[in-house]
Design a protein around this ligand. Structure first.
Ligand SMILES: [Zn+2]
Ligand SMILES: [Zn+2]
Length: 341
């Protein structure tokens, strides 16, 4: 079968390969992949970025995928051939106290499909029954690849209080930032999406397609942009999805008193701040990582009810053009590329 494989440790040692057909064990299903998103972490693995040395080639990349079951192992009774399912990307051990409470994203033994083991950028994938969630009928399974990043946004927002008419600033207009904004906006929040000139290619236009106010902070300084957006009132909630420590620093300075900072970005360096600023303003800091079964369920419900215009975010590429899709993603010309086998 055909798969996009990270086959060597060095940067860009990855590409389409012919690999032996995947064989399901008794607890597994064999999935015909309908669509698999390219995530920032896939790009890091592709480029062999600092912090991704643990990815052991050869591995088929891809943790954001959905598809149709072709065959089930002998012990699987809850799924059958023809069922459409989404794969849960972060997989806990299933037995520790975090997993038993449903917080599989906090498991010390968690594994990521498509980085720790073969994933979904392939015609077929083998997935354990514990890491599947049924897709409601009538949903395009290729578009359902976006359920994974949507579940991450749902999880992030579950960590903060979202009231009607909140004033929200989002720094970092990538898929997670925009999906967080879209989930929050459903309760009538007023959202400003902040990006830079590098985001003008795909990300800020996508934010505008979703109906959000945007600002390019290379043209308007962040404090002025934030003040202008909220009519002089400081924001109640700041979602930091850029991974830039400068944005984190600005959020602490510019949030309104009693405001909430939700951090979903990943950072390449440390930063320091003056804690008394946060104390005097009674800021609340929330951090969120990945997602769990309950977030997937909510994300599928948002997809089923067309609550968010997810097609405004997705670009579909045939699996045969995976390398082109990776290059486009790397150059910032796509928002959420989805490979379709
Ligand atoms: Zn992802
Ligand atoms: Zn666990």
């Amino acid at each position: 079968m055909k798969a996009f494989v990270k086959y060597g440790k060095n940067p860009y040692e990855a590409g389409l390969c012919e690999i032996p057909a995947a064989e399901p064990g008794s607890e597994d299903v064999l999935l015909r992949v309908a669509g698999c998103g390219i995530c920032g972490s896939d790009l890091h693995a592709y480029r062999a970025s600092y912090g991704y040395e643990w990815v052991q080639p050869p591995v088929t990349l891809g943790h954001e995928f959905a598809g149709t079951i072709e065959a089930v192992g002998s012990a699987v009774s809850e799924f059958g051939a023809g069922d459409a399912v989404v794969v849960i990307g972060i997989q806990g051990c299933g037995i520790c106290r975090y997993c038993r409470s449903g917080d599989t994203n906090r498991c010390y033994d968690r594994k990521v499909i498509g980085l720790d083991m073969n994933g979904g950028m392939a015609t077929h994938a083998v997935v354990n029954r514990r890491h599947l969630i049924r897709l409601a009928q009538g949903i395009d399974p290729a578009l359902a690849a976006i359920v994974e990043p949507l579940s991450v946004a749902v999880h992030g927002l579950s960590r903060v209080e979202v009231r009607p008419a909140l004033k929200i600033v989002v720094t970092g207009p990538g898929p997670i930032g925009l999906l967080c904004a879209a989930v929050a906006a459903r309760s009538g929040a007023e959202v400003l999406i902040c990006g830079t000139s590098a985001d003008e290619g795909a990300r800020l236009p996508a934010a505008r397609r979703l109906g959000f106010a945007t600002v390019n902070t290379d043209q308007v300084a962040l404090p002025e942009a934030v003040a202008g957006h909220c009519a002089g009132e400081p924001p109640d909630l700041w979602i930091e999805a850029s991974g830039a420590t400068a944005a984190l620093e600005a959020s602490i300075r510019l949030l309104g008193r009693g405001g909430n900072l939700l951090v979903v970005g990943m950072y390449a360096k440390e930063f320091t701040f003056f804690p008394s600023t946060a104390v005097r303003a009674e800021l609340r800091f929330s951090f969120a990582y990945a997602s769990t079964y309950r977030d997937y369920r909510m994300a599928i419900e948002l997809l089923r009810t067309n609550a968010i215009d997810l097609r405004a975010l997705a670009q579909f590429y045939p699996l045969d053009r995976a390398e082109e899709a990776f290059r486009e993603a790397e150059a910032g010309r796509t928002l959420k590329p989805i490979l379709v086998p």
